[in-house]
Design a protein around this ligand. Structure first.
Ligand code: MN
Length: 169
């Protein structure tokens, strides 16, 4: 996991976003997720999952789907530092992602791919992201239940994924 791209895009003398670092220590608690409403040039929602010391992130223009079976475009973006999960406020004009950030939802999640039988698609979160198939059970205030994120190569772009609200089992 790396924050190289994240750091390259930002001038921490000008933005209050955390410079952060990859968290090495394993937490005893469940991994977190956060959704930040980001009123940048184009309004979008940033969906982030804690994976091995960073927040793996997607920009979801329409926001996370809230009806069963709905699928929304989710553009995979650079990993963010864990501390970003509590960031809210204004990113100054002229800086990367200029505009306001508010926390729209947050909570914990469970990796559903971890529960599959061994040898039948059982994957760690890191492996799931690499494979382009993430399944998580969200436990937030607004978002609850199973969600999938699937890489689609829509428009030939590798970073285009779909975020899908799944049926609870
Ligand atoms: Mn954003």
């Amino acid at each position: 996991m790396s924050l190289k791209t994240y750091k390259k895009k930002r001038d921490f003398k000008k933005t209050k976003e955390p410079a952060g670092k990859v968290m090495k220590q394993k937490k005893p608690t469940a991994p977190i997720f956060v959704v930040q409403k980001h009123a940048a040039r184009a309004l979008h929602y940033d969906f982030r999952l804690e994976v091995e010391g960073v927040l793996v992130s997607w920009a979801v223009p329409k926001g996370p789907p809230q009806k069963l079976g709905e699928r929304h475009l989710a553009v995979h973006v650079e990993d963010h530092p864990i501390e970003y999960a509590t960031f809210k406020g204004n990113i100054p004009k002229g800086e990367y992602g200029a505009g306001t950030v508010e926390i729209w939802d947050s909570g914990t999640y469970k990796n559903m791919m971890e529960e599959k039988e061994k040898g039948k698609g059982k994957m760690s979160m890191k492996e799931s992201v690499k494979e382009g198939h993430v399944e998580v059970q969200l436990n937030g205030k607004k978002l609850k239940g199973p969600y999938a994120l699937v890489r689609t190569k829509l428009g030939g772009k590798d970073n285009n994924w779909l975020m899908i609200k799944m049926k609870s089992k």
